[in-house]
Design a protein around this ligand. Structure first.
Ligand SMILES: NC(=O)c1ccc[n+]([C@@H]2O[C@H](COP(=O)([O-])OP(=O)(O)OC[C@H]3O[C@@H](n4cnc5c(N)ncnc54)[C@H](O)[C@@H]3O)[C@@H](O)[C@H]2O)c1
Length: 425
């Protein structure tokens, strides 16, 4: 393929050199003339292990070169990979200035270019940037229509500086965000040499993927650092305990607990977090990430409460009361806390939880229910259909088949707030 690269920084130069190494013809464009001159001389404009060798080879073979104008690059290629910087503005949001000026240049070149063209956004952009800024700019500058005259796709870069060649050929994953099968096929072909999984998705999801990774990585570092400091003050070797933690690939380094849903509760998590926070405080240690966990959890309970109140209805049915399905344990249950907030506002609440109803009569939790939450206990019904019939809003707190089955049936007549899918709140 003939590919234009806009922005010859870390991402653009590595991408360009590696794609040229795979046999493509690559034409680079950068507003910084030092960078384009370096490429023409076969020298890397950035320091990156192994890049110099690949670059000098592909430049010698005339498979990678730079041109001064965007128009020239667009006329001679079928696809542009946009790798310009998206630095942070003072407000924290991304500065799209470089992206916008590239899109104007590409758009005005497309005006005169015949045939279909594909623009691929490699820069890190917030979800919505491509559809709300990039596509309108390209359409405005070219007078052409996306989908008909050109395509716009998103293909975020996941390389780590210092390791980027290795990451290019063996990335953890390659994400392509496209709108049509044609675009998807084109990008799948471009990355056919990559051994690791290529994930095809829509444009916004592809944009979001990059942020999730970086935020999660940053959070992991802060978690390890904060935990390291706290346990060290308790005479525990931080590296050793973290190494054991990481050996657990079932609960710790795994997909478990990584589904957007509702707040956590129960007799262990809140209590153990509080104990570690108490210890940190007693040692005068600042652990803002750990301190924020319970606050973050509370936010979800408050958010759910507001969503229910916003419906304007005051007859609410709650399905699930224990802190998770398949137990009658109500200690520190997030559902109990939500129920208390609703009762406090005068909501007429009815609750269905098979396990808790059973425990109320015979179980080990009987005395807890009678002692701690008699006011809530009296709202429990043993009939799911009765709770549904007498409520205008149904709040689903447990992700179980029994509740999922009824959603479809009652969706038309009741307002459903499914807490097990946090994003619906
Ligand atoms: N550096 C990384 O490790 C890395 C990894 C993944 C993703 N990213 C993302 O990729 C993007 C690029 O990052 P980078 O580190 O390569 O940036 P960089 O600053 O090294 O390079 C960007 C290049 O774009 C050029 N440029 C600016 N305006 C231009 C224009 N109108 N036309 C042509 N060129 C123009 C600049 O001169 C510069 O050379 C960013 O969005 C970044 O967040 C970076």
């Amino acid at each position: 393929m003939k590919i234009a690269i806009f922005g010859l920084g870390y991402v653009g130069t590595v991408t360009g050199a590696c794609l040229a190494g795979e046999g493509h013809i690559v034409i680079g464009v950068d507003v910084n003339r030092d960078k384009t001159r370096a490429i023409m001389k076969g020298r890397s404009p950035v320091i990156e292990k192994g890049l110099g060798e690949i670059l000098s080879t592909v430049v010698k073979k005339k498979r990678f070169f730079a041109v001064p104008s965007a128009k020239d690059a667009i006329m001679r290629t079928d696809m542009a990979l946009v790798c310009v910087g998206t630095p942070a503005l003072e407000t924290g949001t991304i500065n799209t200035r470089h992206l916008e000026s590239v899109m104007k240049e590409i758009g005005s070149a497309l005006k005169k270019r015949e045939g279909f063209y594909t623009v691929v956004v490699r820069s890190t952009v917030l979800p919505g940037t491509t559809e709300e800024i990039i596509i309108p700019m390209l359409e405005g500058a070219s007078g052409k229509k996306t989908g008909r005259d050109f395509a716009v796709c998103v293909n975020p870069e996941f390389m780590r500086e210092g390791n980027s060649l290795e990451d290019f050929y063996r990335p953890a994953k390659t994400i392509i965000g496209t709108r049509t099968k044609r675009e998807r096929t084109l990008l799948l072909n471009l990355y056919s040499f990559v051994k690791s999984p290529v994930v095809a998705t829509d444009i916004r999801t592809a944009e979001a993927c990059k942020y999730l990774d970086n935020i999660f990585h940053a959070m992991k570092i802060c978690f390890a650092n904060e935990i390291g400091v706290v346990v060290a003050h308790m005479g525990v070797e931080a590296g050793a305990v973290m190494e054991i933690f990481c050996r657990d690939k079932v609960s710790n380094i795994s997909t478990r607990y990584l589904r957007p849903g509702f707040a956590f509760g129960g007799s262990c998590l809140p209590k153990d977090i509080k104990a570690i926070l108490y210890k940190a405080k007693s040692k005068n240690l600042d652990v803002p990430l750990l301190e924020s966990i319970l606050r973050s959890n509370d936010m979800h309970i408050q958010r759910a409460f507001r969503s229910i109140m916003k419906t304007g209805k005051r007859k609410v049915g709650m399905l699930g009361l224990s802190f998770k399905p398949d137990t009658d344990d109500l200690r520190e249950s997030q559902m109990v806390r939500l129920a208390e907030l609703l009762i406090g506002k005068g909501v007429k609440l009815r609750i269905y939880d098979k396990n808790v109803s059973l425990a109320r009569i015979t179980g080990s939790n009987k005395s807890y229910i009678e002692r701690e939450i008699p006011h809530i206990s009296s709202l429990l019904s043993t009939s799911l259909s009765d709770v549904i019939k007498k409520s205008d809003v149904i709040v689903i707190g447990h992700d179980i088949k029994e509740f999922k089955r009824i959603i479809g049936r009652i969706r038309k007549t009741k307002i459903i707030i499914d807490l097990t899918h946090g994003y619906e709140k």
